[in-house]
Ligand binder design. Structure first.
Ligand SMILES: CC(C)(COP(=O)(O)OP(=O)(O)OC[C@H]1O[C@@H](n2cnc3c(N)ncnc32)[C@H](O)[C@@H]1OP(=O)(O)O)[C@@H](O)C(=O)NCCC(=O)NCCS
Length: 183
């Protein structure tokens, strides 16, 4: 018997009805990525606050936010979130936008989903007038930092992510949204 072709993964703009699944997916990927030493109260409060369904409902209602989802057979497997007009002093001059989140569920990584979400996020930022896209990956997130570096993002220096009285070093990386960059 011939192997069944897996359902395709489609990228589309998020809709208000996606807030619940965006929340669940974001919490899962956040914990997988950042709670590598287990869960403590500060992390638990962060996920149930910042990543709760009402927070995503607010993002979806925010004129400056653009959310893209990767969907397979009616299931969300990844998403990208851009904040238009968000600026960072270490990013290059220009009309800046922030890639606030790019999350792919672990079983669907290394399939090209992250690259597709990133490229579509860049396209929609560019279409909205942005000339620079920047983000702040965690200094210890080596997989993500290598991913962005291979896609034309340059390290611009250090910044700090502060939550619950803790400070964590992040890097500022950015790319000019001029021409295409391989792959
Ligand atoms: C970083 C992240 C977004 C990358 O997403 P991804 O879907 O794995 O990205 P891709 O599949 O497009 O690319 C990853 C690698 O898989 C490879 N790949 C892509 N398609 C492939 C395929 N069909 N077969 C084999 N390998 C493939 C790519 O070549 C790429 O390697 P490269 O960077 O050396 O080119 C993802 O790992 C993730 O969500 N991590 C957790 C959350 C996180 O850290 N987010 C970033 C915070 S700033």
């Amino acid at each position: 018997m011939a192997p069944r072709t897996p359902p395709p993964i489609d990228i589309r703009p998020a809709a208000p009805a996606d807030a619940l699944c965006l929340s669940a997916l974001a919490i899962q990927v956040f914990l997988d990525t950042y709670a590598t030493g287990g869960v403590r109260p500060a992390i638990a409060r962060e996920v149930f606050g910042t990543y709760a369904e009402p927070a995503f409902a607010r993002h979806l209602d925010d004129a400056r936010t653009r959310l893209l989802v990767a969907e397979r057979d009616g299931h969300l497997v990844g998403f990208a979130q851009v904040t238009l007009g968000a600026t960072h002093a270490l990013a290059p001059d220009g009309a800046q936008a922030e890639l606030l989140r790019l999350y792919v569920q672990e079983p669907f990584t290394a399939l090209g989903v992250g690259t597709r979400l990133l490229r579509e996020a860049e396209d929609l930022a560019r279409a909205a007038g942005a000339t620079v896209l920047w983000l702040t990956p965690w200094v210890h997130n080596h997989r993500a930092r290598a991913f962005y570096a291979r896609r034309g993002y340059q390290d611009r220096g250090r910044t700090w992510f502060t939550f619950e009285g803790e400070s964590h070093e992040n890097r500022v990386v950015a790319r000019r949204l001029g021409g295409p960059v391989a792959p």
